[in-house]
Design a protein around this ligand. Structure first.
Ligand code: NAD
Length: 486
């Protein structure tokens, strides 16, 4: 039997192949069309899609393929992600830094180097029960496809951490990254998919929308292929996800307060706060954002903070900086609210000093200013290396103002004290997911304290520090009146 192909069809096929090769830089393997049961040809390459619906559909097909390879298959994917982050930390850190233009290069690299501390398949623990009525097993099973929304502040780290937690649980993922960090996120997805395809033979286990928009977010919310959302971001996206009708795990905003009482080791507290708040120019949601210092040790702490390397700016300089950092918007009721200027988010302390009209030595990592509690630097999540310091009369006032400035996000808080009563009072009043005593905020995620890593702290919806468990459904398998061995 001979196959007849007319010239026009042949031309179309050649053009299609050339287009695929040029899109993949000529080096990537050409992705086969995935059979998703709809006979529609997938337009994705190595997990990167233009269309949100197609990205979700391809991830759904891949999840079923992953299932066939069991927990050993998931473990291979986790190994690929951890290995790659360790090996490519320098390269990808630079890629993300050049694209997002926020934060500090060395800390972009450090965040990727921290990915191997995220728990994998070993985290999942089935629970068995045995009794007179037989045996029961409860297992952690996958949802299916997770729709992952990632922030610009940690684009590749959040994506990589999410893949580990979600795939360890047996899910596949479709990402809508922040537009400001979408290119580096897509590059990581391409790279992971090539390795996953080579080692497991599965395509599109992790997919991403190449040009993410609010519409593509909306399409993921509406897609029948997306079983659950995991949102890591600020209040806007958290609200949008909660209203979407899709079940959402929301790792929302924070504004972590720090309290320093009269028993604190002031020099250590100063060094710890400088380390945490200056890390990646204070882009971390867990980062120290405002400090409440008891009157008795106020002057001594300011001195210790300067000795640690923080540079003080004056009232006038703070006013000048505030004019650039915040604009004011009227709400419906005629009240005026500060809005953060994104241009200065994650800027270097030296640039902030310049805007404030201050001078500081080159290499300065952190600025601070004395303020009252109502200053927008206290009440807003400013995400830049300028910490407001508020003088308070006693521990009760320190905790009361900490609660006020944290806005009930239940995210993170810190205290420096040797007084266990004060620790307990603050723990109960703040009710925060991470509560660090006598350490930097980073100790809350295993950097300087005990614990594992995670880049999505599900504060708003209450799941807490996300792990593989977070992305599972606990299901029960019951055998009645038999198989007990006693
Ligand atoms: P962002 O809210 O601007 O963006 C986060 C993601 O949501 C992005 O992908 C963005 O494109 C999308 N988005 C924003 N508004 C949206 C809307 N209305 N509808 C649909 N999608 C929308 O936040 P960011 O600047 O990228 O990241 C910083 C914020 O994220 C801070 O508030 C920080 O505290 C928070 N964060 C929280 C955690 C956590 O674990 N809880 C971790 C990192 C960052």
């Amino acid at each position: 039997m001979s196959l007849q192909i007319d010239e026009a069809t042949l031309k179309n096929v050649v053009e299609d192949v050339l287009k695929q090769l040029s899109q993949s830089g000529g080096s990537a393997p050409v992705a086969k069309s995935t059979d998703c049961g709809c006979k529609k040809k997938s337009k994705g390459r190595d997990g990167v899609f233009q269309d949100a619906g197609e990205a979700a559909e391809a991830a759904s097909y891949a999840q079923k393929e992953l299932r066939k390879q069991g927990i050993a298959g998931r473990a291979k994917v986790i190994d690929i992600v951890k290995r790659t982050c360790a090996e490519k930390a320098d390269e990808w850190g630079l890629l993300e830094f050049n694209e997002t233009k926020i934060g500090r290069l060395e800390h972009k690299v450090a965040k990727l180097q921290g990915i191997p501390s995220v728990p994998g398949v070993e985290w999942l623990m089935p629970r068995g029960m045995s009794g007179d009525h037989g045996i029961t097993m409860e297992e952690n099973t996958p949802f299916g496809v997770v729709g992952g929304i990632t922030p610009v502040t940690h684009s590749i780290p959040t994506l990589s951490c999410n893949i580990i937690s979600m795939v360890a649980a047996g899910n596949s993922v479709v990402f809508n990254a922040h537009p400001g960090g979408a290119k580096c996120a897509a590059e990581a997805v391409r790279y992971y998919n090539r390795l996953i395809k080579a080692e497991l033979g599965i395509e599109n286990l992790v997919t991403i929308i190449e040009t993410p928009t609010l519409e593509s977010f909306d399409a993921l919310c509406k897609s029948p292929h997306v079983d659950i959302l995991c949102v890591t971001g600020g209040p806007g996206v958290v609200n949008a996800a909660m209203k979407s009708g899709k079940r959402s795990i929301c790792a929302g905003p924070g504004n972590p307060p720090v309290v320093i009482d009269e028993s604190a080791n002031l020099r250590k507290a100063a060094r710890d706060i400088l380390f945490g708040a200056a890390f990646d120019n204070n882009l971390l949601c867990i980062g120290e954002k405002q400090i409440f210092v008891l009157d008795k040790v106020y002057g001594a702490f300011l001195q210790a903070f300067k000795e640690a390397g923080a540079v003080q700016i004056s009232d006038n300089q703070l006013s000048r900086l505030s004019e650039s950092v915040f604009t004011y918007k009227q709400d419906g009721g005629g009240c005026s609210h500060p809005v953060l200027n994104r241009d200065l988010v994650g800027a270097d302390a030296t640039r902030l000093a310049e805007v404030a009209g201050a001078t500081c030595p080159s290499g300065t990592e952190l600025l601070f200013a004395e303020t009252d509690v109502d200053n927008p630097f206290v009440m807003e999540e400013q995400m830049m290396p300028m910490l407001p310091i508020v003088r308070v009369s006693d521990i009760e006032e320190a905790i009361e103002l900490s609660v006020k400035s944290e806005h009930g996000y239940k995210h993170s808080s810190m205290i420096h004290t040797l007084n266990v009563e004060h620790m307990g009072m603050m723990a109960r009043a703040l009710d925060s997911t991470l509560f660090v005593k006598n350490g930097s905020c980073l100790a809350g995620l295993g950097n300087g304290g005990e614990g594992y890593g995670s880049y999505s702290i599900a504060t708003t919806t209450g799941e807490g520090i996300t792990t593989p468990d977070t992305f599972t459904r606990r299901r029960r398998c019951v055998l009645v009146d038999n198989l007990q061995m006693y």
